[in-house]
Each structure stands twice: as structure tokens, then as C-alpha cells.
Design a protein around this ligand. Sequence first.
Ligand code: GLP
Length: 246
Amino acid sequence: MKFIVKKNYDEVSKAAAEIFIIFLQNNPKAVLGLATGSTPLGLYSELIKAYQEGSIDFSEVRTFNLDEYVGLSAEHENSYSFYMKSNLFNHINIKKENYHIPSGTEKDYAIYCAEYEKMIDSAGGIDLLLLGVGENGHIAFNEPSTRLYSTTHIIDLSEDTIKVNSRFFQSIDEVPKQAITMGIGTIMKAKKIVLLATGRKKTNVINKLINERYITTEFPVSFLRAHRDVTVIVDEEAANFHNDKY
Ligand code: GLP
């Protein structure tokens, strides 16, 4: 795992954008895996800027998002579908048929999850995958547990995650209790992974990621230690290795 420490959030976003821009210039037909949350917003603005300046072109790019809340329609302003359109897709020349965000309103998730997984495989797998990380070590919505699913599945969100993510909703009761998410195996099959973490809230998780050596389902981000091409970009706050909470 390669760790890069940047001064602040803007520098993290720029460093991540540089990786994505160079990758897209060299691989105009790339298959990207995309994340939501507050962390990737700066990167997405940088990518929009690069597109507007003509440095990158999304006309042949395909994307697969990591996850979505179960119960929220694509039009709901807290859905990840809405997030992706407002923060990236509406501002670049990606084709509608080329981006994929898991649906939050399926009747039969057993079938749908298998189809989503198959779509990723049929696209040739993910070339470059963007990840954030939850304060409890979750990646996508793979929550700490005694067992983790390998492929795309439905998950019950943990109390912690519901509480942390309630900041985006009017009240905690509005936060969905379940999500559809790529599995750990889906993530690990990506050829290249970039994980971003910024701010003091991520210090503990980054400390643990750096200092512990083992892989455990109770700390899902630890699986990335077994991946051959992971770049973790953090700001100085997240990299504060002397935080007393750890
Ligand atoms: C959500 C998403 C994750 C994301 C995490 C961190 O739970 N499902 O994919 O990594 O939040 O979000 P933030 O970047 O807002 O800290």
C-alpha cells in the first residue's frame, strides 16, 4: 500500500485528480469504480474542470458506483444516484448508458445483485476504483462484521454508520437501514485502487490501517493490505499519527 500525505483537503483532491486524469488520458475506455460521501467532492470538481479544459474525455468511459441506499429512488436528493448526477455526471460527457449506480428500489435483490456483479465482469472488471472509508473502517457499505460478503449484496447498516450519515438527512429516522453494496471481492478485483481520507474524524481509521498488519472482517478496509495496487491519499489531519484516541 502506498501512502501519500498532503497538506489539506484541496491538495488531496488535486493529487487524486492527477491520478485519474493521467489514467483517463492513457485509458480513454477505462472502467471506473466510483464512491460517494463528502470526501470525493473535491476530486469530482477537479475532474469536471479537467473535462471543461479539454484534458479528459468521458465519451468512452464506463463507471460503476459502489453502493446505494435501499428504499431511496434515483430522484431522492439523498440517493447516491442524485449525488453522482449533481456532482459529476451532469457536468461531463459520459453517456447515460455507460454509468451504473445500484438501484435502491428493486423488488428482487437476489437477482439484481447478481446482475450488477455480472455487468461489472462483462465490462472487463474495474480498472481504477475510488474508495472513501467510514470512521468504523467500512469500505463501500461493507460494515465491520464476523463475516463479509464477497460480491454485491444487501447489508444492514450499522448504528454507527446510520448516526454518521444522518448529517445528510433531516433527521436520523430518515436514514435508510439497508444498502446495496459491492462486496469485498468485487472491490479486491479492481486492478487499481485509490482511497481518500481527510479530516480528524478519519485519524483513528488511518492510524489503524497504517500500524496494524493483519486482515480482519471487523475492520473491512484492512483487506486492502492484500491488494497489489492501492494508493491511500490522506491530509495531515487524517495522518495525525499521535492522536491520543488511538
Ligand atoms: C458512506 C459511503 C462510503 C464512504 C463513507 C465515507 O458510508 N457508503 O462509500 O466511503 O460514507 O464518507 P465520507 O467521505 O463522507 O466521510
